[in-house]
Design a protein around this ligand. Structure first.
Ligand SMILES: [Zn+2]
Length: 423
């Protein structure tokens, strides 16, 4: 078995690893033949290259859970549309909306905890709880096994439940995005309730920047539950992202995979009833001119683009308004600049936007495992793991995690881009 690390070795984007087993090549690149692709979850930094591979002739199977197949379709179609609008009409795009649609036909949806074979390789998907459908994957061939963690979620997640613990494996490829830190466990309901109370007392707009996939669904569940439990806090609530609506449908369709006891008093079906999406510019204008209180969730999560900019220009000017950033903000993103106090921010259209409103940042809403989650996840296998390859993290975080794991006598490798290992 040979592994080559192609992307996300020292960053947090573009995750891809080539696996060569018994002459079968999983996820390869354009200069070599690809037999199949294993997709751990729908996020664009994992799935974004699929239409491009299709455009360049890939026609093999893409294995993923059925939830991931549905969500990836939504994400790829959205990103193909964005690409089309960004690129001048006389130049060629990375891929077309047709490539994004066609690549979906190659998806081979699989179930969690069911093994299947491709060539002589046994493949199994296990619940990772990072977003709906996310999986970690074990490949076994010639009595050697390797697990790819993908992005791992959090233990005791109120919404999706805990990931399945690490299964028996010789080798582990661990995507360690936020794995070196320990996040305080926060009561998200309480945190949001306090912010909503403040929004009401100030008659302000609470503008929440959120990823359209997963975080928007989680925040909406919490907000609607607060409205249900405390009717006096019920205020106008809107969502603004063309992609979000479809993701809500998918989350509802697969509602049985969520943590059951969470929904005993307030179900997902109740939460996602009567959602108000801002589909037209006049709806957006109306909300921008409304003198609160109100809540708007808009994409994107780090203000790198998305509909949130259609509100920021007006709303960020007013001191009484609140901009809530419930997640990790990558360095150099507008979200990162705002939480570090910058008062003049460039919009994606290169227009300077004044930020006078109150900024609230909380990194506790992340659906990425932290160090204690990794500990819990790996605990049954620490003694039998032969090697752990650390991927998908910024350098500082990865070095810190490497040190922490080495204290437990684990053999840790941090591969560089393009490096190969035979195991
Ligand atoms: Zn992810």
């Amino acid at each position: 078995m040979k592994l080559t690390f192609i992307g996300a070795t020292q960053t947090v984007t573009g995750s891809k690893t080539l696996i060569e087993i018994n002459k079968r090549n999983f996820l390869k690149f354009l200069d070599t033949h690809i037999d199949g692709i294993i997709l751990t979850h729908a996020h664009l930094d994992h799935s974004g290259l699929l239409p491009y591979l299709y455009k360049n002739g890939f026609r093999g199977p893409i294995y993923c859970t059925k939830e991931t197949a549905k969500l990836t379709r939504i994400i790829l179609e959205d990103s193909a549309e964005l690409l089309k609008n960004e690129v001048p009409s006389n130049s060629t795009t990375l891929y077309s909306p047709e490539d994004a649609q066609n690549v979906i036909s190659l998806f081979r949806p699989v179930k969690y905890n069911e093994s299947f074979e491709d060539g002589k390789v046994i493949i199994e998907f296990f619940k990772a709880s990072h977003i709906l459908g996310a999986a970690f994957v074990r490949l076994t061939a010639d009595n050697t096994s390797i697990v790819f963690s993908g992005d791992l979620g959090r233990f005791d997640d109120l919404y999706l439940g805990s990931p399945e613990k690490l299964v028996q494996t010789d080798y582990l490829v661990l995507e360690s995005t936020y794995g070196s830190s320990i996040r305080e466990s926060t009561d998200h309901m309480k945190e949001l309730k306090t912010i909503i109370e403040k929004t009401i007392s100030q008659k302000s707009t609470l503008l929440i920047s959120s990823f359209a996939l997963h975080r928007a669904q989680y925040l909406t569940y919490l907000i609607k539950k607060i409205f249900f439990l405390y009717p006096e806090l019920k205020i106008p609530f809107f969502l603004n992202s063309p992609m979000m609506e479809q993701v809500f449908f998918t989350y509802l369709k697969f509602k049985d995979t969520f943590k059951e006891q969470t929904f005993l008093d307030f179900s997902l079906t109740e939460a996602y009833q009567e959602l108000n999406f801002l589909d037209h510019f006049w709806d957006i204008e109306e909300r921008n001119n409304y003198e609160g209180p109100q809540i708007i969730i808009a994409s994107s999560g780090m203000l790198t683009g998305g509909r949130i900019w259609s509100h920021l220009k007006t709303m960020a000017l007013k001191e009484k308004n609140i901009l809530f950033l419930p997640g990790f903000q990558v360095v150099n993103t507008p979200g990162h600049k705002i939480i570090h106090g910058e008062k003049l921010i460039m919009s994606p259209e290169q227009e300077a936007i004044e930020i006078n409103c109150e900024i609230i940042h909380s990194s506790s809403f992340s659906s990425h495992a932290d160090f204690s989650d990794f500990q819990t996840w790996m605990s049954p296998r620490i003694k039998t793991l032969k090697k752990v390859f650390l991927l998908h993290g910024e350098d500082k975080a990865k070095t810190a995690l490497k040190k922490q794991l080495e204290l437990q006598s684990l053999n840790i490798i941090t591969p560089l881009k393009g490096e190969s290992y035979t195991i």
